[in-house]
Design a binder for this molecule. Structure first.
Ligand code: AHR
Length: 657
């Protein structure tokens, strides 16, 4: 019997489930160290991986304005009798430079059949019983055509239908007409078919289909399930519109916010740089229609209670692409865009750009307090341009905060040069990016412990642990990467005196249309799910607290001793102590937590844990909840808490004080 017991103990030890020693963590809950900024945990949005068009922007028609490089991309024409020129792409280039192309359909004989179909973005996700709003801009050439509109599932079955009778009024002018109908079934990959009945000729543009169930039910709005996932995180800020799309492959293709506001038919489309960036993930149908533009981004920020953080082009195109530079003596329009954006967001309605904002339906200001100048830009060319922007913006708005780029990597020559230059300039906020292996994140949990407290603040602007190499298609959002990020984030939190903002990147990816992995949230046409990394972000954000307090082992922060990482905050609004503990090992790690400076402690603590016995665990569309946080309680003995950090786990412990 005794022999069996010894054998069992030996087996358990060989499984490495129980280490020998306890880690003693001392929390000084009554000694506030630093404020945790309300902006601390935010989100980074970019139109990558079909993030905007084909993603949160709920438009179902791809290439609605016939402006893709191949104007009929996404469309199929079918006719019973081939008639040369019955469906033509026309160009009114000089007249309407922002949206020159349109489609002319002509049909001489009523008995002929003629239709155009749109395939959507990897198909159209259609939900049974939902209202769909079809709209089109048209100009009657020879009145007489009626539009039969049908939604077809992938088997060709009709799952929704209506008709549109284009009005004959204003014959030679462009008109907009809309019609709504309900779907009779759901489909993951439906298409939209428009058949033309009768005879006549008509010009068509901006052919559009939106579901009614958008975020806040806004017509022409955003996909509600995706935005809800963001809202659930209660992000402190939302950075937009990117990422490299800010820079563009060349300056003509940079993001220009002024071209993204106002009537959608006037928003000039450009190719998305992720269309062709990766030869191994080409996406030839990826364009930025800007149906989702800066007004909508500000509105989204307001909706989800996040501070807006726009990033603007600094007069430099992507340095991985052309590295095109706006000459210094031609930088004015770029700087003016930044100044005007502040006025657009905050200006009184009597100002030029404040008036524009009000005309779009938002007289109240958007309370913009910060802005990024440049995305991942580097070198003396960047510093030179940044200085010009900074001088102009601070002259008009002295308290406005500027985010400056420290380049693409968290170390190396580019980083060292910029870090030095930006600190000389007394930069408000330095944006650091890390796409690194999980081991890097674990090893860098103490990165900010020795950063200067009085200088520039840090924005951990883009980060994600890579299970393979950066931009490898094999990168997984597995538990190991999530745990490594959580470990690193305890270091960000502990250093909230220096780190004022942080965001994972990229945010969204479509399972059939991505270019970059890993990503925080994955979607198909109908469903969306959070990765383990999403839950880490969400747990930090929902347990942000108001002030940091120390969590030390033998007087030192936990940055990997016994594979444990820890940070602690108090929330003076709810009067709670919140402890975060990460165990990056495959075995249980017992810890004895002593709470100093607390009175009237409760009998139990509430714990939320993300964990799994296998580091490779992932969530998928089929199994979206394989790794999700689990809630439990643990008893407290006075000021002592006996806590066992499970293998590969991230726990948030909340204690009422
Ligand atoms: O997040 C994906 C890309 O990574 C961003 O566009 C860019 O800023 C970084 O290189």
């Amino acid at each position: 019997m005794k022999g069996l017991l010894v054998l069992l103990v030996a087996m358990v030890l060989s499984l490495n489930l129980y280490p020998q020693q306890k880690t003693n963590i001392i929390i000084k809950a009554n000694e506030k160290i630093a404020n945790v900024q309300p902006t601390m945990w935010g989100v980074f949005f970019e139109d990558i991986n079909l993030g905007a068009d084909g993603g949160i922007y709920a438009e179902l028609v791809k290439n609605r304005s016939f402006e893709f490089y191949k104007p009929l991309m996404g469309w199929t024409v079918k006719q019973s009798k081939f008639n040369e020129g019955s469906v033509r792409i026309m160009n009114r280039g000089k007249e309407v430079t922002s949206n020159p192309h349109f489609l002319t359909v002509s049909k001489n004989e009523a008995s002929e059949s003629l239709s155009i179909s749109n395939e959507g973005f990897r198909g159209m996700g259609i939900k049974k019983g939902i209202r769909y709003d079809f709209s089109v801009m048209f100009r009657q050439q020879v009145p007489g055509l009626i539009l039969h509109i049908e939604l077809l599932n992938s088997l060709g079955k009709v799952i929704g239908t209506t008709e549109l009778f284009p009005s004959a009024a204003n014959g030679l002018n462009w008109n907009k007409q809309a019609v709504s109908f309900h779907s009779t079934d759901s489909a993951m990959k439906a298409s939209l078919k428009i058949s033309f009945e009768g005879s006549g000729a008509i010009d068509l543009d901006m052919i559009s289909l939106f579901p009614e169930d958008t975020w806040k039910k806004r017509p022409g709005g955003m996909r509600a399930d995706m935005i809800q996932l963001l809202a659930d995180m209660k992000p402190g800020f939302i950075r937009f519109p990117g990422g490299c799309v800010v820079e563009g492959p060349d300056l003509s293709l940079r993001y220009q916010w002024k071209k993204t506001i106002g009537p959608i038919e006037d928003r000039e489309l450009i190719v998305n740089r992720w269309n062709f960036e990766f030869a191994h993930r080409p996406t030839p149908d990826y364009f930025q229609t800007f149906g989702l533009g800066f007004f909508e981004y500000f509105q989204l920020a307001e909706d989800i209670g996040a501070a807006p953080l726009p990033i603007l082009n600094c007069g430099m195109a992507c340095q991985f692409n052309t590295a095109e530079l706006a000459p210094i003596d031609q930088l004015d329009p770029y700087v003016q865009d930044a100044l005007d954006l502040i006025e657009f967001a905050n200006g009184d309605v009597s100002t030029k750009w404040g008036k524009v904002r009000a005309s779009l339906g938002h007289s109240a200001p958007f309370h913009l307090t910060m802005m990024g100048v440049g995305n991942e830009n580097w070198g003396p060319q960047y510093v030179e341009r940044l200085q010009i922007f900074t001088k102009a913006i601070k002259a008009r708005y002295p308290d406005f905060k500027l985010v400056n780029s420290s380049g693409t990597d968290p170390d190396g020559e580019r980083f060292d040069y910029l870090n030095q230059e930006l600190r000389k300039m007394n930069a408000d906020i330095i944006d650091e990016h890390y796409y690194r292996r999980p081991e890097w994140f674990l090893a860098n949990a103490g990165r900010y412990d020795n950063y200067p407290r009085n200088g520039s603040k840090i924005f951990a602007g883009e980060y994600a642990a890579q299970s393979d190499k950066t931009v490898s298609i094999n990168n997984q959002n597995n538990l190991q990467t999530a745990i490594a990020e959580a470990a690193f984030m305890t270091g960000l939190e502990r250093n909230a005196a220096v780190v004022n903002l942080a965001s994972y990147a990229p945010l969204f990816a479509h399972v059939d249309g991505w270019q970059w992995t890993p990503d925080l949230i994955w979607v198909n046409n109908l469903e969306s799910y959070g990765t383990p990394n999403y839950f880490v972000q969400k747990l930090f954000s929902l347990n942000k607290g108001t002030h940091t307090v120390s969590a030390l082992k033998e007087g030192k922060p936990l940055t990997g001793q016994d594979s444990l990482y820890a940070s602690s905050v108090i929330d003076t609004l709810t009067n709670e102590l919140i402890i975060k503990v990460v165990n990056s090992s495959n075995m249980n790690q017992p810890a004895s937590i002593l709470l100093e400076g607390c009175k009237h402690l409760p009998l139990q603590a509430f714990v939320t844990t993300l964990k799994g016995n296998n580091k490779e665990l992932v969530n998928t569309i089929v199994q979206p909840r394989a790794v999700v946080p689990i809630e439990s309680t643990i008893p407290m003995k006075g000021k002592n808490l006996a806590f066992v950090a499970a293998p590969n786990s991230f726990s948030v412990i909340r204690i009422k004080m």
